[in-house]
Write a new protein. Structure first.
Length: 317
C-alpha cells in the first residue's frame, strides 16, 4: 500500500511538471534551454542570443521559476543538467523540431542566425575549411561561427561543440558521421634527406633512419599481400601539430608519416618523395564530418553541414 502511494505521488509530481512546461511564453525560451543544455556554458549560449552572460543567467532563472523546477546545477566549479533538465531538453527538442518543420516549406525566406561551434585541425582549416566558412558567412551574415582549432580529438558533446571535422579511421561512435574526403597518409621525406642518408627500400630499414612522429605514433604498420609488418620508429623530434611536422620533413630533418592532403602539391612537384609504394599502411584514415543526432540539430547547423559537404573540394580525391 505504501509503495502504491509513493507511485501516485510520483505521477502527480510528473504531471505537475509537464503541465508547467506549457507555461513558457515563447519559442525563444525553449531555444535558450536547448542551447544551454548543449553548451553547458552561459557565456557560449549568450553569444548565440547576442546578450550578456548575466542576462542569459537571468533568463534561465526565469524559465526555471516558471517551470517550478531546477534544470541545471550551477556553481563556480560545476554546470550540469538535472534529471528535470534532461526531461525538459527532450521535450524542447520535439517542440523546436516541429516548429522548424512547420517552416520547412518556406525556409528560403527565413534568415539564418545564431552561433555555430566547430572544431577542426589548424592545418586542415587553413588549407581547406576557411574558404568554405568565408563563403558561408558571406551568404548568411547573421550567423556567428566559433572555430576551435585542435589536432586532438575533442569530445564535442561535453565541450558544447556542434560539428567536428576529424581525420581518423572510422570508429564506433554515438555521433552521426559523414565521409567528406580521403584522409590517407604517406611515408615521405625530402630529396635532400634521402640524398644525404639514403633511401630505405623496405619498412624495416626505417630503424636506421631519423623518423619524425606525430604525437606518440611510433608504431607504423604496413601490409604487403597477407604479410603485416610493424616497425617501432625512433627520432629526435615529435609534435602534435601537423604544420610543424611538415616543416620538419621539408627541412630535411627526417622521414615522416604525414597526411597526403597536406603534402600532395609538394609530392607532385618532386619536393617530397614518397616511400614504399608496394606496401599499404594499416588503418588508413578518412576525413569525416561528425555531429550529434540530426533530429536535435538547429536549422542553422543543418544548413551549415550541407554547405560544407557541397562546397568542400579536395583536388586529389
Amino acid at each position: 500500500m505504501m509503495m502504491f502511494k509513493i507511485f501516485v505521488c510520483f505521477l502527480i509530481s510528473i504531471g505537475s511538471f509537464l503541465s508547467r512546461i506549457n507555461m513558457l511564453d515563447s519559442i525563444e525560451e525553449y531555444r535558450i534551454v536547448a542551447s544551454v543544455y548543449r553548451t553547458l556554458s552561459l557565456t557560449v549560449s549568450s553569444e548565440e542570443f547576442n546578450v550578456s552572460p548575466a542576462t542569459m543567467s537571468k533568463k534561465l532563472s526565469a524559465i526555471e521559476a516558471k517551470l517550478g523546477r531546477k534544470l541545471f546545477y550551477r556553481s563556480t566549479r560545476e554546470f550540469s543538467q538535472t534529471e528535470d533538465g534532461e526531461s525538459f531538453f527532450q521535450y524542447a527538442t520535439e517542440v523546436l523540431d516541429k516548429v522548424d518543420s512547420f517552416h520547412e516549406g518556406d525556409q528560403s525566406n527565413i534568415e539564418l542566425s545564431g552561433l555555430i561551434r566547430l572544431t577542426a585541425s589548424a592545418t586542415f582549416s587553413k588549407m581547406y575549411l576557411m574558404p568554405v566558412i568565408n563563403k558561408f558567412l558571406a551568404k548568411y551574415p547573421k550567423v556567428k561561427i566559433d572555430l576551435i582549432l585542435s589536432d586532438q580529438i575533442v569530445d564535442i558533446i561535453k565541450e558544447g561543440i556542434d560539428i567536428a571535422i576529424r581525420v581518423a579511421p572510422l570508429k564506433d561512435s554515438a555521433l552521426i558521421t559523414r565521409r567528406i574526403g580521403n584522409g590517407k597518409k604517406v611515408v615521405c621525406a625530402s630529396k635532400n634527406y634521402l640524398e644525404k642518408h639514403g633511401t630505405p627500400k623496405t619498412p624495416s630499414e626505417l630503424k636506421q633512419h631519423n623518423c619524425i612522429m606525430f604525437g606518440k605514433e611510433n608504431s607504423w604498420t604496413f601490409f604487403k599481400g597477407k604479410k603485416e609488418i610493424t616497425v617501432k620508429v625512433r627520432g629526435n623530434f615529435q609534435t602534435n601539430f601537423g604544420e610543424m611536422l611538415y616543416q620538419a620533413v621539408e627541412s630535411g630533418l627526417g622521414i615522416s608519416l604525414i597526411s597526403y592532403w597536406f603534402v600532395h602539391e609538394q609530392i607532385k612537384k618532386g619536393e617530397l618523395i614518397t616511400l614504399f609504394s608496394d606496401y599499404e599502411l594499416k588503418n588508413q584514415p578518412e576525413i569525416f564530418l561528425m555531429y550529434p543526432d540530426r533530429n536535435q540539430l538547429p536549422r542553422k547547423t543543418r544548413v551549415f553541414i550541407d554547405f560544407i559537404v557541397d562546397e568542400l573540394v579536395f583536388p586529389f580525391d
